[in-house]
Design a binder for this molecule. Structure first.
Ligand SMILES: [Zn+2]
Length: 247
């Protein structure tokens, strides 16, 4: 074992009932008498070279302080920066392959995180677009629902109320079907809606529109005139391809 003169300390033996028990030394830092094996450590390759060794062999030196009090050299590898890892690898203090593996793994993790973040942001934008359609649709659902509720309590002729309720039921069925389609698209977050939020009604198929409008026109004109018209009555059917739509 090479003698590190700088760190050399006198090693007294612990006495137990007048006899030495084990080779031990006094640590100047913690003032404890501790076994001598705690006062040894290996030089790092760069330290070994600084001490005049080749750096290819492990060099053990004795230390003044015990292992627990000695300055802990270096942080754990996963807490070193990439620059520190490369520098220590260059100096031979850590394995080059180990350093490169850690750096590569970090770069992959960073790329994965960025890709995941971008995907999440993209999905978030799509979800908000469907959410906007849903809230416009819900306003209509609420309006029709109120008309239905009113018709059920109304003192009007039973025939009139039945027509209003029939329209509301028919139209609400169409709206609810649309709602669940929007909701599925929102949750899936894959495709942007083709239509603006205020054009949610463009997803209603021509057939559904016809059925609902027939129910609307079955309400006597004088009564209908007093009612809030459904959105489909105020928006005209556009060309079939813009109505094509939801699954
Ligand atoms: Zn100590």
């Amino acid at each position: 074992m090479p003698n590190d003169t700088e760190n050399w300390v006198e090693r007294p033996l612990t006495m137990h009932e007048g006899r030495p028990l084990y080779p031990a030394a006094l640590c100047p830092a913690c003032r404890q008498v501790r076994p001598t094996h705690l006062f040894r450590r290996y030089l790092t390759p760069s330290e070994a070279r600084a001490h005049g060794y080749s750096g290819h062999r492990r060099v053990e030196v004795e230390t003044a302080k015990c292992k627990d009090c000695n300055f802990k050299r270096g942080k754990p590898l996963d807490r070193l920066t990439n620059v520190e890892l490369r520098k220590q690898a260059q100096l031979g203090d850590i394995n080059v392959f180990v350093a490169e593996t850690i750096i590569k793994r970090r770069e992959q993790a960073a790329r994965r995180e960025m890709a995941a973040g971008a995907r999440k942001a993209h999905e978030g934008r799509i979800m908000r677009l469907w959410e906007a359609l849903l809230s416009h649709l819900d306003a209509e659902v609420q309006g029709v629902y109120q008309q239905q509720k009113y018709a059920r309590r109304s003192k009007r002729e039973a025939e009139v109320n039945a027509a209003v309720i029939d329209f509301c039921t028919t139209y609400l069925a169409v709206l609810r079907k649309l709602r669940s389609a929007f909701y599925v698209n929102k949750r899936r977050a894959q495709q942007k809606p083709e239509h603006a939020a205020s054009d949610w009604h463009a997803y209603i198929t021509p057939d559904e529109r016809t059925v609902a409008m027939n129910a609307w026109h079955a309400i006597p004109y004088a009564v209908r005139e007093q009612m809030r018209p459904p959105v489909i009555a105020t928006t005209h059917t556009t060309t079939p391809e813009t109505n094509s739509g939801y699954e």
